[in-house]
Design a protein around this ligand. Structure first.
Ligand code: GLA
Length: 301
C-alpha cells in the first residue's frame, strides 16, 4: 500500500534541471496503490499508460514483480504531476523506510527510464516531502529546502486548458538542452525566473498577495516569450484568469505545451472566478507528501 499527492508549482518553472530554486506544494489530490507478488509487473487502473512508471520504480528499488492496482483523483496530463504521484505512491508502498530525498531521486531516475524525458527533481520532491499548510522552497542544486507557510485565505486554482499532453510528446528535452547549452533567450528566462522565485518567497512571507500575483504574470510572459512553452489557448486563458474576480495573478504551470494554468485566487471569490474563466477549475489545498505523512504516522501524529 502506498499513497502520494500531486503537486502544484507556485513559481520556478524550467529551472529545476539547471540546479535552480523552485516553490512547489503537494496538493490534496492523491494516487493510491496496492500490490501483490506476481510473475510479471502489471497495472490495473482507470488511466492508461502507468505500467512503464510502476515497473521502472519497482526495479529501481529492487522489488520483485507485482500486480499493482491504482486509484487516483490526480488528473492526468493536466500539469499537476500525476506521474510523480504514481511513482511516489509505489515507492512509499515498497520502501516506506527510505528518506524522502532518496525516494525523490529514485522516482526521478525511474521517470527518466520510463519515458526518456529528462525531468528535474521538483515534482518527485514535492510529492515526497511537501507539507500541509506550506509551500516548499527547494534548492535543486543541493536538495536543501525550507517550508514557507501558505496563507489560509488564498486558493491555488488549477484551470484546465483542455490541451492534454504527455511530456514525451513535447519538446521538453530540447528546451532543456537549449538552456543547458546557453541559448541567450532560454537563459534569460532561467535567470529571471530564479530571481522571481526568491522575490515570490519573500512576498509570500510578507503576505503581499498583489506582488505575488504580479510575479506570476511576469513568469508567464517569460515562459511564453523567452522559453516558448506556452500555447495560444493557454495565453488566452491566462489573460482571462488575470482579469477574473478575486484573482491576483496567473501563469502556465508545469512543463507547459498545454496542460493547466495556475491562478492565485481569494478564497471568498472561488465561485465568481470559476464562472469568469468558464473552464473546469480544480481548487487545491496544500497537503502532506508521501514521506511527510509516513514520518507523521511513525511519530504517532
Ligand atoms: C515537469 C518536470 C519538472 C519541471 C517542470 C517544469 O513538471 O517533471 O521536473 O522541469 O516540468 O518546471
Amino acid at each position: 500500500m502506498g499513497r502520494a499527492p500531486g503537486r502544484v508549482n507556485l513559481i520556478g518553472e524550467h529551472v529545476d534541471y539547471l540546479g535552480g530554486v523552485v516553490l512547489p506544494a503537494a496538493i490534496d489530490r492523491f494516487t493510491q496503490v496496492s500490490g501483490h507478488r506476481a510473475d510479471k509487473w502489471s497495472v490495473a487502473s482507470d488511466v492508461e499508460g502507468g505500467l512503464p512508471y510502476v515497473q521502472a520504480v519497482g526495479e529501481e528499488l529492487g522489488a520483485p514483480p507485482q500486480a499493482v492496482r491504482v486509484s487516483s483523483d490526480v488528473p492526468p496530463g493536466a500539469g499537476v504531476s500525476s506521474s510523480a504521484a504514481l511513482l511516489m505512491a509505489v515507492a512509499a508502498g515498497i520502501r516506506p523506510d527510505l528518506a524522502g530525498r532518496e525516494a525523490a531521486l529514485a522516482c526521478q531516475r525511474a521517470e527518466h527510464k520510463a519515458t526518456g524525458v529528462h525531468v528535474g527533481v521538483m515534482d518527485q520532491f514535492a510529492a515526497a516531502l511537501g507539507r500541509r499548510g506550506h509551500a516548499l522552497l527547494l534548492d535543486c542544486a543541493t536538495l536543501e529546502y525550507e517550508l514557507v507557510p501558505f496563507p489560509e485565505e488564498l486558493l491555488m486554482a488549477v484551470v484546465d486548458s483542455g490541451e492534454r499532453r504527455t511530456l514525451a510528446a513535447t519538446p521538453y528535452n530540447r528546451r532543456r538542452q537549449e538552456a543547458e547549452t546557453g541559448d541567450p533567450r532560454r537563459r534569460r528566462h532561467v535567470d529571471s525566473e530564479i530571481a522571481r522565485v526568491h522575490a515570490f518567497a519573500a512576498a509570500l512571507r510578507e503576505r503581499d498577495f498583489e506582488r505575488m500575483g504580479r510575479l506570476l504574470n511576469d513568469s508567464h510572459r517569460s515562459l511564453r516569450d523567452d522559453f516558448e512553452v506556452s500555447t495560444a489557448t493557454v495565453d488566452v486563458l491566462v489573460e482571462r484568469a488575470c482579469h477574473a474576480d478575486g484573482c491576483y495573478g496567473a501563469r502556465i504551470m508545469g512543463a507547459g505545451f498545454g496542460g493547466s494554468v495556475l491562478a492565485l485566487v481569494e478564497r471568498e471569490c472561488s465561485a465568481a472566478f470559476a464562472a469568469s474563466v468558464a473552464r473546469p477549475v480544480l481548487y487545491c489545498q496544500t497537503a502532506d507528501g508521501a514521506y511527510t505523512a509516513l514520518a507523521g504516522r511513525a511519530a504517532g501524529e
